[in-house]
Design a binder for this molecule. Sequence first.
Ligand SMILES: Cc1cc2nc3c(=O)[nH]c(=O)nc-3n(C[C@H](O)[C@H](O)[C@H](O)COP(=O)(O)OP(=O)(O)OC[C@H]3O[C@@H](n4cnc5c(N)ncnc54)[C@H](O)[C@@H]3O)c2cc1C
Length: 289
Amino acid sequence: MKPAPFTYIRPDSVESAITALAENAGARPLAGGQSLVPMLHMRLMQPAALVDLNRVAGLAGIVVDGDGLTVGALTRYSELESSPLVAERLPLLQHAVRFVGDRQVRNRGTLGGSLAQADPVGEMPLVCLALGAVVCAQSREGVREIPLDDFLLGPYTTTLEPDELIVAVRFPEAPAAYGFFEVSRRHNDFAVLAVAVTGTRGADGAWQELRLALAGVDDRPVLVPEAVRRLEGTTLDAGSIDAAVQACLAVIDPPSDVRASEEYRRHLAGVHVERVLRRLRDEEAALRG
Ligand SMILES: Cc1cc2nc3c(=O)[nH]c(=O)nc-3n(C[C@H](O)[C@H](O)[C@H](O)COP(=O)(O)OP(=O)(O)OC[C@H]3O[C@@H](n4cnc5c(N)ncnc54)[C@H](O)[C@@H]3O)c2cc1C
């Protein structure tokens, strides 16, 4: 099948892209096309117009922002993979991006496109949530800053208005230590379940600033503050980890779908939250003694 007819608009500035979105009802931005183009071909989407972002100046790039980073919406996954700044400041993001699709997908797909797509098991929404990222969405009204937790509403659904363009994603300073694990049916396939955790280990071995997020256990990635409360200030001893696992199992509501049943996802959540936390503790202890 081929896409339904649409008007093609290729702006060269953020302002003209925003004007095109505002003045063409039913227009969609086109970034890497890795989700949008298949949806057009299957006629799951039939936008009246496509606003191609690929020649918009200043929409891609990674810049230092205080102790964190600001990443332009059109920054490709492959740039995140190879950036020394991302390696230094957001190692969790750099680790997790390698799990997205294959090389071709990572050469085209963008951070902004992934967040706008809001796939419930996408690696980028999960990791941006764990890192406390903020989406910068621009329209003629100005720039709206939306924390990831407020941005993601459900499967493929966000708070983004039709006339808003994601222009950047801001990341605060991230704790140096992280853990990530993903279960998928084939290497680089979409995740069945994924766990991301960040935190800081003090000189006394006690953990602070923890954030734990899961994907594949609800209709969107979720933070689990109930689990973090069981872990903060502990050395991630076996009892605290077990309490955190139980807290996760008490709040998750996994779906059953073509990839896995609810029961299997529950089982995976228990096993992998424990595994990621134990590995985080042991690797940091080996590094710092
Ligand atoms: C073979 C294959 C395997 C894949 N595997 C994975 C995987 O393992 N994990 C994973 O997470 N994803 C996977 N994907 C999806 C991939 O991550 C997509 O790149 C991503 O979902 C969308 O990013 P994009 O830049 O390609 O956006 P597009 O496809 O161009 O757009 C996606 C949606 O976002 C909107 N949009 C794009 N940019 C903006 C913006 N700046 N502001 C507002 N709205 C915008 C578009 O209008 C559209 O609705 C896979 C895709 C393919 C083809």
